[in-house]
Design a protein around this ligand. Sequence first.
Ligand code: NAP
Ligand code: F7E
Length: 323
Amino acid sequence: MAKRALITGITGQDGSYLAEFLLSQGYEVVGMVRRSSTVTFERIAHIQDDLTLVAGDLLDEVSLIGILREHRPVEVYNLAAQSFVQTSWGQPVLTGETTALGVTRLLDAIRIVDPEIRFYQASSSEMFGKVREVPQTETTPFYPRSPYGVAKVYGHWITVNYRESYGLHASSGMLFNHESPRRGLEFVTRKVTHGVARIVAGLDDKIPLGNTDSQRDWGFAGDYVRAMWLMVQRDEPEDYVVATGKTHSVRDLCEAAFSHVGLDWAEHVFVDERFLRPAEVDLLVGDASKARVELGWEPTVSFAELVAMMVDADIELVRHSGR
Ligand code: NAP
Ligand code: F7E
């Protein structure tokens, strides 16, 4: 019999890749979507007929209990969150309600309905923030630098706590930045690659950016969802860093994206203070040795390949949509 999995955040970047991956493994996939006046199914439109979409919200525990009771998944992947770091300063309470307390609501729903359900929590390298060591591992102390990072630390520890308090099979993936052509337009990689595509099409000439010095360990989202699944398949639930082990600055990103189309990034990028953050995470680089050894996980897409993939996809998108 096919295994059934529930994905929260299925309409997001990772949710769409994870849904594809689980379908390819023969799963029945149930996706939780929140009510909205416009449809947000762009990323899953191509697989929508193969999914069961159900209405629910991390802000509403009764909806979570109802979904678990009705659909009886054996695995739950909690990818839903207010995930944009910059927004978390403007909406810190909403970020806490969703990204922090939302995790408790879902864990509690699992505890009440079926404590045998295996649970994955989308933890983040933003928990390391002002990093205490380089590279960051599963034992590096947390020092979050944004309301989002603080909320993720809560989500991480409540997952550990429910594992230890109630014996739930609950694991956290401490994932470093991962990107794709499906990344939201507000995140820096996509902002740059989409901006390059618009410049190539003659629709724009410049991209306003914030801190171009910050460094990130950027990987491909399609690789990272595989690690989520591998964690859930382990006999014992544990936490894993998932990263490429290589770091690049935002400037490197600009250089890679513009040079892919034969342009000089310095002529098209300028610093706009609106995109600077009240507190910055300067450097992230992860050591995914544990995931490599215990899960057999390796990234397959390099930084240069990732940037080229995203620029090419955005050029295609702008050509078709005209914007
Ligand atoms: P994303 O594209 O922003 O997707 C977020 C998803 O959460 C969307 O489906 C969104 O639904 C849903 N959502 C937001 N608030 C909700 C609520 N109250 N109830 C139910 N659903 C809600 O994020 P992503 O990049 O795929 O990331 C997936 C998860 O991994 C997030 O938890 C993120 O914080 C975490 N993470 C991401 C990265 C990364 O580099 N991508 C790294 C580490 C951790 P709508 O479509 O309706 O908005
Ligand atoms: O910023 C700098 C910015 O918004 C990356 C989320 O998925 O990964 C993501 O969080 C860096 C930061 O991602 C602009 O200041 C410069 O230093 O693409 P980002 P993020 O904040 O690292 C983690 C792991 C998550 O968990 C999050 O959910 O780029 N930067 N100029 C800019 N960033 C943006 N967005 N826009 C700019 O114009």
